[in-house]
Design a protein around this ligand. Structure first.
Ligand code: NI
Length: 180
C-alpha cells in the first residue's frame, strides 16, 4: 500500500468533477487500500479520491475510535435526506480550518462496495456528515464553499501561513473533530 499526496485548497485539481467507476476491479481495490492507508496516516475520518488527484467516484470513511471499521463507497449517491443539523467540520485538504456547516441530519446513501455489490445505508450523526462532505468532493466542492467570502479568505490565508511555517499541525488533537 502507498500513502498518497493529499491536495490542498486552493488547488484547482480539487475542483474537477469525479467520473464513475465502470468496473470494480483490482485497480479500484488498490485505490481503496491506498486511500485508506492515506486517511489513517493523515489522520482523518474520510477521504475522497479527488483529494489524492484521482478523479473517480470513490470514497473511504472510518468514523470509529478504534479505526477498524473502514467503509468503502464506490459510485455513491444520496437517495434521501431528512432534517438539518449544524456541526463543526474540518477537511484534510483544508488543514487547520474548522467551521460550523449545516447539512442533512439523516441520509440514505446507495453505493457499491469493494466487490462491486450494490448496498444502501441509512445513517445519521458524524457518519452522515462525513458522507455528505465526501460526496461534495466528488463534485469538486469543498466545505469552505459554504462559508462567507470573508471566512473563506481567512481560511486561505491560514493555509498559506501554515505552508510558510511548514510545521503547522493539521489539527490540534482533542480541540476539534477529526478532519474529513
Ligand atoms: Ni474533505
Amino acid at each position: 500500500m502507498t500513502i498518497l499526496t493529499i491536495l490542498e485548497f486552493p488547488d484547482e485539481r480539487l475542483r474537477k468533477k469525479a467520473q464513475p467507476i465502470a468496473v470494480v476491479d483490482d485497480a479500484a481495490r488498490r485505490l481503496l487500500d491506498d486511500m485508506l492507508e492515506t486517511m489513517y496516516a493523515a489522520p482523518g475520518v474520510g477521504l475522497a479520491a479527488p483529494q489524492v488527484n484521482v478523479h473517480k467516484r470513490v470514497v473511504v470513511i472510518d468514523v470509529t475510535e478504534e479505526k477498524n471499521s473502514p467503509l468503502c463507497l464506490i459510485n455513491p449517491e444520496i437517495i434521501s435526506k431528512e432534517g438539518e443539523e449544524e456541526s463543526e467540520e474540518g477537511c484534510l485538504s483544508v488543514p487547520g480550518v474548522f467551521e460550523k456547516i449545516t447539512r442533512a441530519e439523516k441520509i440514505t446513501v446507495r453505493a457499491q462496495d469493494r466487490t462491486g455489490q450494490s448496498f444502501e445505508l441509512e445513517t445519521g450523526g458524524l457518519l452522515a456528515v462525513c458522507i455528505q462532505h465526501e460526496l461534495d468532493h466528488l463534485e469538486g466542492k469543498l466545505f469552505v464553499d459554504y462559508l462567507s467570502p470573508l471566512k473563506r479568505h481567512m481560511a486561505r490565508k491560514k493555509i498559506q501561513k501554515a505552508h510558510r511555517q511548514k510545521h503547522e499541525p493539521r489539527a490540534k488533537p482533542g480541540s476539534h473533530a477529526a478532519p474529513i
